[in-house]
Ligand binder design. Structure first.
Ligand code: GUN
Ligand code: FE
Length: 431
């Protein structure tokens, strides 16, 4: 197969060491040279062209902006049918809408059909890697792995562990959550671009015996990603205190079971104290910031600026279906507004970093994706910043790249995703 040369305006983030943004490289007349799905060079076109002696196929996006694919660090694929269900708060929403909908994922056919819809929706929105919750049923994770494998999508998921405080029809046991996970790990973990993630739903729905089993799994696989929810809602935190009276805090429960470590991903983290924050920092745990969900469920305004200033790895997430959009552009817009309500003004570069390289670092996949460093997988998206008449007009008067990016994240959504590529292959093209 000949190499591919993509011509476009190219933007990516290159800071590898810091949890804060944001060193970026921008090539107004850029080139991305791809060999067999892997980035060979990224730079200005003039620096790449002279070096090319062999035959290459040229793909011309000269007027468009290319960036790395978005990385969604927390969402639930079985919740596609509960998006926009108006719960009074998290616990009410889970009970009335979410749990009943998740019951259908005991059926393999339903899980397969939904996972296909789900992955197509991610590609349509420019998301090329994701850390995803299934349901308690092994079938749900197995179906999503199957579908992602067919598409060569970089996906991390796990069977959800939950053995109490939820309907009987969604409960497993400490033993079955462990055995089912092992079976899925043997079948899927590290196959192609797939990874298993240890997935206790949250402390409320796991008994201490089950958390001990998750701790055992975590010890068995010290590199494996762990995902759960933490300190999202006031009533949830109060309930947790009743269930774990001996623990200093919500985070302390996970800490006791050895679940805080690099590439453990804690969704929400709105109600933490300074000791919790220090523990997240020393254990190199990550936070998935879910602004649309936190707004929609009325959960609260996460203090992004404080966490990043403490060197905690924070990345962006849609939290579908508590979240209201698959679009990481829209999610960046809400992140900007949440920070603004707290008195902080984020730059467009901060926000695009949170949706790309920060996500790769949070999930520990930054050796493979997150930017266009040679050797990484060529997952990228083509942004059409002028997708509507209003955007065309507004972008038309922008004076800088930063201004264009800001307009895109405030006005933008799936309409701005012109094409999505996985490992150099086009998987989505906007009609
Ligand atoms: N906490 C426990 N389960 C869930 C869930 O499905 N969505 C959200 N937003 N929070 C949770
Ligand atoms: Fe969630």
């Amino acid at each position: 197969m000949p190499k591919k040369l993509i011509k476009a305006r190219i933007l990516h983030f290159i800071d590898q060491n810091d949890t804060q943004a944001s060193n970026y490289e921008y090539f107004p007349e850029g080139g991305l040279l791809i060999d067999d799905g892997i980035i060979e060079q990224c730079g200005s076109l003039s620096s790449i062209l002279p070096m090319m002696s062999e035959e290459v196929s040229i793909i011309d996006y000269s007027d468009q902006l290319i960036i790395p694919g978005f990385i969604d660090t927390h969402l639930h694929y079985p919740q596609i049918d509960v998006i926009a269900s108006p719960g009074k708060n998290l616990l009410d929403w889970l009970e009335r809408f979410t749990f009943p909908s998740e019951a259908k994922y005991q059926h393999r056919d339903w899980s397969l059909q939904s996972s296909e819809f789900f992955l197509e929706e991610l590609l349509r929105n420019g998301t090329t890697s994701a850390l995803v919750f299934g349901t308690v049923h092994s079938e749900s994770a197995d179906a999503l792995f199957t579908t992602a494998f067919e598409r060569n999508f970089r996906l991390l998921t796990g069977k959800v562990a939950m053995d109490r405080n939820c309907p009987d029809y969604l409960q497993d046991t400490p033993e079955s959550s462990y055995e089912d996970a092992l079976e899925l790990i043997n079948k899927w973990h590290l196959k192609g671009r797939l990874q298993y993630a240890i997935t206790p739903r949250f402390a409320i729905t796991s008994s201490e015996a089950q958390l001990e089993k998750m701790a055992e799994l975590a010890r068995l696989y010290p590199e494996m990603v762990i995902q759960t929810h933490l300190a999202e809602n006031v009533d949830e935190v109060a309930w947790m205190k009743e269930l774990f009276p001996k623990h200093r805090s919500y985070l302390d429960v996970y800490d006791q079971y050895g679940l805080l470590r690099p590439n453990s991903v804690y969704a929400h983290c709105i109600y933490l104290d300074e000791l919790d924050i220090a523990r997240l920092q020393t254990t190199k745990s990550s936070i998935a910031f879910c602004p649309t969900s936190n707004l929609f469920l009325g959960s609260g305004l996460m203090n992004l600026q404080h966490y990043t200033s403490q060197q905690i790895q924070v990345a962006l997430a849609t939290d579908i279906g508590g979240g209201t959009s698959f679009s990481m552009l829209k999610t960046m817009g809400r992140a900007y507004e949440v920070a603004h309500l707290r008195g902080d003004v984020l730059s467009a570069f901060d926000l695009f970093y949170l949706a790309t390289l920060a996500g790769a670092k949070a999930l520990g996949i930054d050796r493979s994706v997150g930017n266009f460093i040679p050797g990484k997988e060529a997952d990228f998206i083509v942004l059409d910043l002028k997708a509507t008449p209003l955007m065309e007009r507004r972008i038309g008067i922008c004076q800088s790249l930063e201004e264009e990016l800001f307009v895109a994240l405030i006005l933008g959504d799936d309409r701005n995703i012109q094409a999505t590529y996985l490992m150099g292959e086009k998987k989505y093209q906007r009609q």
